[in-house]
Design a protein around this ligand. Structure first.
Ligand SMILES: [Zn+2]
Length: 261
């Protein structure tokens, strides 16, 4: 049961660095309707966001009844874990139409966004080998003719469905397609690298370490795939599709995801 007297404290304006955190969490777009926060009006930039309380800072008597048994985040209502950036319209709708369903949805949205940002930060300092960049870059520039000539993996060698359940069926199909098409090529490219300057097992351990960091942070498989792809993209500045093909390679190669029980 929520203890309103201790949780709901005086309103505190967010500091500039807290605002930066809230905007970063939602990629500077309203997480409810997708509206970008940077807007122009009469050729001037205007602020398109507001910082909303997930659990109200000063609940009305009706809200106190509705929300008496919900989950709360942080130590009090002014904790950054209880605030989220929204556009003006979504903020107003949320404040004017409180229900347990809407509250739970907002609570989960904030928790997911916050967790994903925390996870992104945890792996962002981890560098990746320049050889990996070279191969991703090569993937991005393969012509149709070259792709036709690649040796493909046999279907029966696929291990992806041993690790990804039906819940993620679209992602699984995409990874399987990437693996069938490119796995043999990528493995050969790694094998062609000079042993004195590159160790596949050391690199694979780095990838595994990044995966475990995201998994232990509680991200689901689809969010892990997205974060790993974005990590490769940020570190290599290569095409995002080529980065996702490389992530798929590591799924098949067992650095990402464990076998299902
Ligand atoms: Zn909105």
């Amino acid at each position: 049961m929520v203890d309103f007297d201790t949780y709901c404290i005086d309103r505190k304006n967010p500091t500039p660095s807290e605002i930066f955190l809230y905007l970063e969490e939602v990629d500077s777009c309203c997480p409810k309707c997708g509206t970008p926060f940077s807007r122009t009006k009469d050729s001037k930039f205007v602020k398109g966001y507001e910082i909303a309380h997930v659990f109200p800072n000063s609940p009305t008597p009706v809200e106190k009844t509705i929300l008496q048994n919900v989950r709360i985040a942080g130590t009090n209502s002014e904790d950054p874990l209880n605030k989220i950036a929204l556009c003006h319209d979504c903020h107003k709708y949320y404040d004017d139409n409180k229900s347990v369903e809407l509250y739970d949805e907002m609570f989960d949205l904030k928790a997911t966004k916050h967790k994903a940002l925390e996870a992104k930060k945890l792996i962002s300092n981890q560098n990746i080998e320049s050889e990996l960049t070279q191969i991703i870059s090569k993937l991005a520039s393969l012509s149709d003719l070259e792709i036709d000539g690649l040796k493909k993996l046999e279907y029966k060698a696929l291990k992806v469905s041993d690790k990804i359940e039906e819940t993620y069926i679209l992602m699984r199909r995409r990874i399987e397609s990437n693996v069938l098409q490119y796995f043999t090529f990528i493995r050969q490219e790694f094998a062609n690298l000079p042993l004195d300057s590159f160790r596949f097992d050391t690199m694979a351990l780095n990838i595994k370490h990044a995966y475990c960091t995201l998994r232990d942070k509680g991200l689901d498989k689809s969010e892990i795939y997205k974060q790993m792809t974005n990590w490769f993209e940020r570190k290599t500045a290569c095409d995002v599709e080529a980065c996702s093909i490389m992530v798929s390679f590591f799924v098949q190669d067992c650095e990402i995801y464990e076998e299902l029980p």
